[in-house]
Design a protein around this ligand. Structure first.
Ligand code: ITT
Length: 200
């Protein structure tokens, strides 16, 4: 049975500051107080699964266990059609260590140029997992379809936002007002499903 998420503290099991900001923007108006794994200095578990849901569950389970509180995680990525869905679950890893997303965007672009791709379509995927300390788990997936542009545009958002234009839009997510991104993004889509199931 689906479980209602009561108002109160929710531990966001992420070390990505861009995600923390977006998760706060989405969840706080619904009456939840979002405290991040960065604030709580929680360790970063290794993401060993080959699916977004699998990795989201690894992160949320670890945070719920470490804190004894309900935990929320987001595993997300960019799937490029002409690259067979790459970088997919490896989207963060393509930025190297320390993370350099300009380099990661350049890598995607050079692969598209190598194959003379005319299809520049891509989608962002976000999988949100909520895990309670007693082991109950819920998972929701959201997507947004769009196209990749080059060169990158805009300094809002994070990650691959400067090269992604959602279908029907002219601005990249890097140029878009965050409020507008939150109304159409993959994370907003997953959040809407979560809200309908767990927050109503
Ligand atoms: P956590 O695991 O700590 O949450 P992470 O950055 O490692 O942080 P992921 O493994 O889920 O997270 O990697 C997803 C990557 O996909 C992320 O680093 C971004 O580069 C990219 N990404 C996800 N959502 C995005 C968005 O809304 N805009 C731009 N890039 C996004």
């Amino acid at each position: 049975m689906t479980r209602i998420l009561g108002k109160g503290r929710l531990v966001a099991a992420t070390h990505n500051k861009g995600k923390v900001k977006e998760l706060k923007d989405l969840f706080e108006p619904a009456g939840l107080e979002v405290v991040s794994a960065i604030d709580l200095d929680l360790p970063e578990p290794e993401e060993t699964e080959l699916t977004f849901a699998g990795n989201a569950l690894i992160k949320a389970r670890a945070a719920a266990k470490a804190t004894g509180e309900p935990a929320l995680s987001d595993d997300s990525g960019l799937e490029v059609t002409a690259l067979g869905g790459m970088p997919g679950v490896h989207t963060a890893i393509w930025a190297g260590e320390p993370r350099d997303f300009y380099k990661a965007m350049e890598k995607v672009e050079s692969l598209l140029q190598d194959i003379d791709a005319t299809d520049r379509s891509a989608r962002f995927v976000s999988t949100l997992a909520v895990v309670w300390p007693d082991g109950h788990e819920e998972v929701f997936e959201g997507t947004v379809e769009g196209d990749l542009v080059w060169p990158p545009r805009g300094d809002k958002g994070f990650g691959y936002d400067p090269v992604f234009i959602a279908k029907g839009e002219t601005e990249t997510f890097g140029e878009m007002d965050p409020k507008k991104k939150h109304a159409m993004s993959h994370r907003a889509d997953a959040f809407a499903k979560l809200k309908a199931a767990l927050l109503s």
